[in-house]
Write a protein that binds this ligand. Structure first.
Ligand SMILES: CC(C)(COP(=O)(O)OP(=O)(O)OC[C@H]1O[C@@H](n2cnc3c(N)ncnc32)[C@H](O)[C@@H]1OP(=O)(O)O)[C@@H](O)C(=O)NCCC(=O)NCCS
Length: 201
């Protein structure tokens, strides 16, 4: 675990167990916003915040996983959380084309509150997670995004290339890969004022 970082107007820190309800709420809202028009009501219901608090508590407590939150530094309780990111080792996936061979870390979930979108928080959270993986010795990163997700443009913007296609939750999805975490961090932090960085997590 590393320390906190204040950058780009947000405090980026490790999630703690008390954050689980707010993370679950942001997760559910992200699903509704990004996938609500093509995912089944049953799949959406499975992501309801009330059902997912224990899910997030388990992941926050898992030493193999990293869950980070981006907070409004002027707020001191869990309502400060504006976005979350979760990652860890590369997980098995139903792959129909391409390959994840050689990839050493995975971004599993990333969501920002709608009111915080387009302000650089997604970049900051991605950079912070990539720095954690880099510090643990990983050199590359992969993630899966639903093929029909309109927010895929974010990963294109960060220089990801589609390396595989697959299937998840009854939906076609695509894997974006970055061979070099250094270049991902550079593109994420390129538009961020790092002058007020508190540490190099
Ligand atoms: C996708 C998401 C995490 C991006 O975070 P964000 O804080 O809104 O994005 P940022 O402000 O850091 O944007 C970084 C860059 O990506 C671009 N970008 C962001 N969303 C984009 C989109 N949907 N399409 C194209 N480009 C996009 C921004 O324009 C910006 O580029 P710029 O610096 O050249 O202007 C966030 O919008 C979100 O949570 N969306 C809803 C849930 C979701 O889709 N999660 C991801 C599931 S795979």
């Amino acid at each position: 675990m590393s320390g906190n970082r204040v950058s780009g107007g947000y405090l980026i820190r490790d999630a703690v167990l008390d954050d689980a309800p707010v993370i679950a709420e942001i997760h559910e809202r992200g699903w509704r916003q990004a996938y609500g028009h093509f995912i089944t009501p049953e799949a959406l219901a499975e992501k309801s915040a009330g059902k997912r608090i224990a899910y997030w508590q388990e992941r926050i407590a898992d030493p193999a996983a990293t869950v980070l939150v981006g907070c409004d530094p002027s707020i001191t309780d869990a309502s400060a959380i504006q976005g979350m990111i979760y990652g860890g080792p590369v997980l098995p996936h139903d792959i129909t084309a391409g390959s994840l061979d050689g990839f050493e870390s995975e971004l599993y979930i990333l969501h920002c509150r709608q009111s915080a979108q387009g302000k650089g928080l997604g970049r900051l959270l991605t950079a912070a997670l990539a720095r954690r993986f880099q510090a643990a010795g990983a050199k590359s990163l992969v993630l899966w995004a639903f093929r029909d997700n309109a927010f895929r443009g974010f990963y294109d913007r960060l220089g990801g290339r589609v390396v595989a296609e697959g299937w998840d939750e009854g939906q076609a999805d695509v894997a974006y890969g970055w061979d070099d975490l250094k270049s991902l961090i550079a593109v994420c932090e390129g538009a961020t004022n790092t002058a007020n960085r508190a540490d190099t997590a």
